[in-house]
Write a protein that binds this ligand. Structure first.
Ligand code: HEC
Ligand code: HEC
Length: 367
């Protein structure tokens, strides 16, 4: 390393370096924002960034400069094995670009991050009925994809640790700072190294990953959008006199149909509905009640999912999910003058009318 012929050459072009750090940042940030509901928009933004950055790298792996190209660093397994064995005997040859082990780590890292992000969209699409996959996937499918999403994210983090270990080992074995090289793009070479072609810097292409980030930020609200929520004037008119017109996704279709039967007792009241209105409301709950296939709210999905199969309760507040979510609320609060009845969802949930019941929209009455 101290030969007289040492010279510094550009190894990593700017687009490759920028991609590397943006992807690393997006994956780490997505990991950190994964658990908190309040950070969902950020989480989706970072996931979208991953989904857009990786196709860019795939193209750059074909069109990019010498060491950015897959043909430069993806080697067949025997070569990788040979490299790893040589590494154990501390005889690993130095590669100016990625070594064969790093090449495979890169392929795996990109595949796993892409799949993880994709499964994230499948998860909110099914479970929350939000984003581009909403209405295409059921609650159950979303739940399954959500589990896979978490599993892959954990696998990805394990792989990141392997990758970092590889970078540290590589830096020690060849006595060079690989992290710094990925920052400024340069490495020291001398006559003992494989000859390297001088690359063109392609700096202008680095604008593309930046544009992709902006695209991700611009699209995030759309990717989080709920499918338009159903509203129905007859429903609002017939049900608003005594309480909130509950969103039809909150109970099974058959519960609503039974409630709408002419003459059915209604919690001590009578719903005096004429035949035409009854018919309109029945059509409405058939189209939008839980079980109709058009599951428009995550809250509805979770409430109905907690009901035993075939049961058609009339009370939302007696479903297992509702009871579980509200068991910690004290009696003094239920008796609060702004609440009085558990059925007054809107006393605490400012978005109760929409049926969404987002955590962020909870505002408890002041004691
Ligand atoms: C004349 C007044 C009145 C009208 C109109 C009315 N309800 Fe009710 N509803 C009640 C009362 C009273 C309760 C019980 C409230 C309580 O327990 O505090 C109730 C409770 C409910 C509940 C149970 C909520 C729960 O989780 O316990 C549902 C569901 C419901 N109503 C649906 C409807 C629908 C759908 C309509 C319109 C078609 C409607 N109601 C119109 C008086 C009415
Ligand atoms: C006295 C206030 C209050 C009333 C009234 C109330 N809730 Fe809640 N609700 C809460 C609180 C607080 C939570 C958050 C519980 C937690 O997860 O810590 C919650 C959670 C929920 C959740 C889960 C939200 C999530 O994403 O985890 C749903 C769904 C929900 N409520 C539906 C209802 C419905 C439907 C009604 C009316 C029938 C209702 N709530 C009435 C206070 C209330």
């Amino acid at each position: 390393m101290t030969d007289g012929n040492d010279r510094s050459i550009l190894v990593w072009d700017l687009p490759t370096r920028l991609f590397h750090w943006l992807l690393a940042g997006a994956v780490l940030a997505a990991w950190l924002t994964g658990e908190a509901d309040a950070l969902l928009a950020w989480h989706v933004f970072f996931g979208t960034a991953v989904l857009l950055l990786i196709p860019f790298r795939l193209v750059w792996g074909i069109l990019g400069s010498l060491h950015a190209r897959f043909s430069n660093f993806i080697q067949p397994w025997p070569v990788v094995r040979h490299y790893l064995l040589a590494l154990l005997q501390r005889k690993a040859p130095r590669y100016i670009g990625h070594n064969p082990a790093a090449g495979w780590a890169i392929v795996l890292l990109m595949t796993l991050s892409f799949l993880t992000a994709l499964l994230g969209f499948a998860s909110i699409g099914g479970e929350e009925q939000r984003g581009p996959l909403a209405t295409l996937l059921s609650y159950w499918q979303g739940k399954l994809f959500g589990e896979l999403h978490e599993g892959l994210a954990n696998g990805l983090m394990a792989l990141v640790i392997v990758h970092l270990t590889g970078v540290i080992v590589g830096s020690l074995v060849h006595r060079e700072n690989l992290i710094a090289a990925m920052l400024h793009g340069r490495k020291i070479v001398n006559d003992r190294d494989e000859p390297v072609a001088i690359i063109r810097p392609y700096r202008a292409v680095a604008i593309l990953p930046i544009l992709l980030l902006l695209l991700a930020a611009w699209q995030t609200p759309r990717l989080l959008a709920t499918t338009p929520l159903v509203q129905n004037d007859s429903w609002n008119r017939a049900c608003s006199d005594c309480h909130l017109p509950f969103h039809p996704s909150l109970l099974p279709r058959d519960s609503w149909l039974a409630m709408l039967e002419p003459g059915a007792a209604h919690f001590g009241d009578i719903l005096a509905l004429d035949a035409a209105t009854t018919e309109t409301l029945k059509q409405f709950v058939l189209a939008h009640g839980a079980g109709s296939g058009s599951m428009t709210t995550g809250a509805g999905n979770r409430i109905v999912h907690s009901i035993a199969a075939g049961k058609t309760p009339w009370r939302i507040i007696e479903t297992p999910y509702w009871l579980r979510k509200h068991r910690k609320i004290k009696d003094s609060l239920w008796n609060h003058h702004e609440v009085r009845s558990k059925v007054r969802c809107e006393a605490c949930h400012k978005d109760a009318r929409t049926g969404l019941f987002e955590k962020q929209a909870i505002q408890m009455p002041q004691p």
